[in-house]
Write a protein that binds this ligand. Structure first.
Ligand SMILES: Nc1ncnc2c1ncn2[C@@H]1O[C@H](COP(=O)(O)OP(=O)(O)OP(=O)(O)O)[C@@H](O)[C@H]1O
Ligand SMILES: [Mg+2]
Length: 303
């Protein structure tokens, strides 16, 4: 279990993280979301003692990171995959890390295989592509077979095979009872990976909830209806709590009524339906609704 209690981190007059508290439970994958600059990486750095909090405390399994006797065997961390000695081969980088913890060379070869970098393990890490570097970072995190994984954007730069591997790997780790905290900006990937999500914005926690609960709370179910008598159907289903958007003459997107009710109302009036499709909101929809106010670096809207 990872616990953050009132974590605050100021860099000069910039408050990167403000009074952040949460717990990350073992046995599930917790997704860590938030716009660029929200404070996710800083929070992760505070948890593993790479930054010192201005106030508050973070613990892993009840102890502060600096109090862990063999940190590699307790927490696997991927924060900056570029943090390798560029002149060393990947294998030697891992062997040097392993040596600090008495981890045998056989485990080094195991994680090289796991991360799929066998063919380049004897090449200098400085020459690695983005994805290869990322895989080496993941191999480092797994070296000590830790009970807790803290991975900052692990799938950034990975090819589709690598993305799927990370998803399956962390799901499996959670199923073994491990604690997994994982950040990513890829909402569709996160939707398939995480059980629980913590969303940050402007240094604060905006939401901390099971993924399906968050999606339910921040999106609305829509029913897409296609009918040659759209105006008649719109009149039939209309009401104070029903919202109807029509983007084509034969098309209605209806919010506020279940599909079955719409179908019944149409049948009562003999209105033919050519399509009746209920759609549930996505994590992306929920995320955008939730973080709308907290985005610091906004792109221009395409109209
Ligand atoms: N060492 C530092 N010195 C000064 N400011 C910093 C430092 N590290 C982080 N910050 C600032 O703290 C804020 C939070 O940054 P952080 O990297 O934690 O965001 P993030 O949520 O990880 O964003 P991203 O999604 O872009 O990775 C940003 O405004 C950043 O500029
Ligand atoms: Mg970050």
């Amino acid at each position: 279990m990872i616990t953050a209690e009132g974590l605050t981190k100021r860099f000069g007059d910039k408050t990167a993280v403000q009074n952040v508290s949460f717990t990350v439970q073992p046995g599930s994958v917790t997704g860590f979301l938030g716009p660029n600059g929200a404070g996710k990486s800083t929070t992760m750095r505070l948890i593993v003692g790479l930054d010192r909090p201005t106030s508050g405390v973070a613990t892993i399994g009840g102890r502060e990171y600096r109090g862990l006797r063999a940190p590699l065997t307790e927490v696997g961390v991927l924060l900056d995959a570029k943090a390798v000695h560029t002149g060393r081969t990947a294998r030697n980088h891992l062997r040097a890390m392993a040596a600090t913890h008495g981890i045998p060379a056989s485990r080094v070869d195991e994680v090289i295989d796991l991360a799929g970098i066998g063919s380049v393990a004897r090449k200098r890490a400085g020459k690695f592509s983005l994805g290869m570097g990322q895989r080496l970072g993941i191999a480092s995190a797994l070296l000590g077979d830790p009970h807790t994984l803290i991975l900052d954007e692990p799938v950034n730069g990975l090819d589709p095979e690598g993305v799927r591997w990370v998803r399956q790997f962390v799901r499996h780790a959670a199923s073994e009872g491990r604690t997994v905290l994982l950040s990513s900006h890829l909402m569709s990937e996160m939707a398939q990976t995480a059980d629980h999500v913590i969303v940050m914005g402007r240094g604060q926690v905006l939401a901390d909830a099971p993924l399906d609960e968050l999606v339910r709370a921040w999106t609305r179910n829509t029913v897409r209806v296609r009918t040659p008598r759209a105006a008649d159907l719109a009149a039939a289903v209309g009401g104070p709590d029903v919202e109807i958007v029509s983007s084509a003459p034969d098309l209605l997107d209806i919010v506020g009524l279940p599909a079955a009710r719409i179908g019944d109302l149409a049948a009562d009036r003999g209105i033919p339906l050519h399509e009746l499709t209920p759609t549930t909101g996505s994590l992306e929809d929920a995320y955008l609704a939730l973080t709308g106010e907290a985005v610091e670096y906004r792109t221009k809207e395409i109209s």
